[in-house]
Ligand binder design. Structure first.
Ligand SMILES: [Zn+2]
Length: 504
């Protein structure tokens, strides 16, 4: 039985086709795997050993069992341990497929004798794929946010309906929720008198019988949210867009303005804490002591303002303030240094595209085969019903056969790979990715007035905070697409050799 820890592992052993099936090497494998599991802090839940003939044939029954066991949720397996990768898969693509299945179920594949993610090719491909899914996500986000912006421009509220409104259909326009609309009107009218706090307003609504859909009373935070929401006077505001909504207002614009007029605190919702004047604030630490640098303006002679980045505490021998301009220029220089060349771009695109297509094709083939197997099992199921009907099978035989087939179908379904990776258009994704990366510095400068995009872009270049000392930045830990470029500078053959990896 498996324990309730989430550090359970499965061990799979088999002899490679070149070795004799004499047992000694299997014992050795098992022992090494168990020792490894212990060292890495795993509890061995189950050991699967391919013995005899099955070790040499394609029908590796124990292997199928091991994969099924590992991907069955209730077994809580987090690692699949093999002695050597050739014990695991027959070729590179096999390996990728099975690893895909395991990954889908959050099970790590571990090899006792090989650091799996540490081969140059492995690292590169992992890097490519992670860089990819990241950019893919960005493309999707951008696409969906473009759609949202369009709706907003047309005056349609695209988020959850606030209290007082409801939707009759998903993604439909807001309509007035009669159960709540009068409370909203009372709240605004009372608050406009200028004698209420949010707390006293909440108490008033409570007295009038207000209850949220969850059955809770009014609270000051909810009152504040209501009073500050211009949606109630017919204004749709969000994602930098403000326009007249197509829904029916609950109150007049005049009344909204009265409630949110000057003299009252918290007139506008709090602004984002990102300060566009200091784009590097929060991203840079002192290269000597590791303190995060802050930033501020000081006024010089003639009233001119100067920006500085500096230590928060001055207990470091290198704690001197750096002029904003100096640091930001050094930063632009750094961006130029990490900027990939066109040659790299082309090599990268070719490799990724090639690998992508290979994987897609393989995934389809694999899934087709599994689907076929499932269909034939379904057919068998129907036949069993017939055999029961005409009296060939007893009730007991029927149940046994049925259970066995259901189990096989379950195992097959577990082996189906996710195909959503095929949905994305690879050329488009690569182009989008490089349109930002190709001109790192320009992209950065372009986002000057969009601090949130800048922040996201910064995150897709650097994986850690930058360190600054004596006028320059230290070596930065780069995100995959950039760090692969750094590796490529040292050894361009990596990208080329990967291109030549063919399925066996
Ligand atoms: Zn320091």
């Amino acid at each position: 039985m498996s324990t309730m820890s989430n550090n359970n592992a499965v061990i799979y052993c088999r002899v490679s086709s070149l070795e004799q099936v004499d047992g000694t090497s299997l014992e050795m494998q098992e022992r090494m795997c168990k020792e490894y599991a212990g060292r890495e802090g795993y509890t061995v839940a189950q050991v699967f050993i391919e013995k005899g003939e099955s070790a040499k044939t394609a029908h590796r029954t124990e292997f199928t069992k091991a994969i099924t066991y590992s991907t069955t949720k209730k077994n809580l397996i987090s690692a699949f341990i093999v002695y050597k990768l050739d014990r695991f898969a027959r070729n590179q693509l096999d390996h990728t497929t099975i690893q895909g299945v395991l990954r889908k179920h959050k099970v790590r594949l571990l090899s006792v004798t090989e650091p799996i993610d540490d081969t140059p090719t492995g690292r590169l491909m992992e890097g490519v794929l992670s860089a990819f899914s990241e950019f893919d996500n960005n493309v999707r986000t951008e696409r969906s946010s473009n759609g949202m912006k369009e709706r907003l421009k047309q005056g349609v509220w695209v988020w959850q309906a606030p209290i007082g409104y409801k939707r009759l259909e998903k993604a439909g326009n807001l309509v007035i929720d009669e159960n709540y609309s009068h409370y909203i009107q009372i709240a605004f009218e009372e608050f406009s008198k200028g004698t209420h706090t949010y707390r006293s307003l909440a108490t008033l609504l409570d007295k009038k019988g207000f209850k949220t859909k969850q059955g809770k009373g009014a609270i000051p935070q909810l009152m504040e949210k209501i009073i500050k929401n211009p949606l109630y006077c017919g204004v749709v505001r969000g994602m930098g867009i403000e326009t007249d909504g197509v829904h029916t207002p609950l109150i007049s614009k005049e009344l909204f303005r009265k409630c949110n007029s000057t003299g009252r605190k918290h007139l506008y919702p709090s602004k984002s804490s990102i300060n566009p004047s200091f784009p590097l604030r929060g991203h840079v630490v002192c290269g000597y002591c590791g303190q995060k640098l802050t930033a501020s303006f000081s006024t010089g002679r003639g009233g001119k303002k100067y920006g500085h980045y500096q230590h928060q505490k001055h207990n470091c021998p290198h704690a001197k303030s750096v002029r904003k301009q100096e640091m930001e220029e050094a930063f632009l220089k750094l961006l130029d240094e990490v900027n990939p060349t066109l040659q790299y771009e082309n090599a990268f695109k070719a490799v990724v595209k090639n690998e992508w297509e290979k994987r897609t094709e393989h995934t389809e083939k694999h899934n087709n085969k599994v689907q076929k197997d499932i269909s034939s099992l379904e057919l068998q199921k129907e036949n069993i019903y017939k055999l029961v009907e005409n009296g060939t099978y007893s009730q007991e035989q029927f149940s046994q056969r049925m259970e066995s087939i259901e189990q096989q179908i379950f195992e097959k379904q577990n082996c189906l790979l996710d195909v959503n990776q095929n949905v994305v258009n690879i050329d488009q994704a690569l182009e989008h990715c490089f349109s930002l990366v190709r001109n790192t510095k320009d992209t950065w400068l372009k986002y000057e007035n969009e601090p949130e995009k800048r922040l996201r872009f910064h995150g897709s270049i650097f994986e850690e905070k930058l360190s600054f000392l004596d006028g320059g930045f230290g070596t930065a830990k780069l995100s995959p697409i950039y760090s692969i470029y750094q590796q490529y500078l040292y050894d361009s053959s990596q990208l080329v050799s990967l291109q030549q990896v063919e399925p066996i």
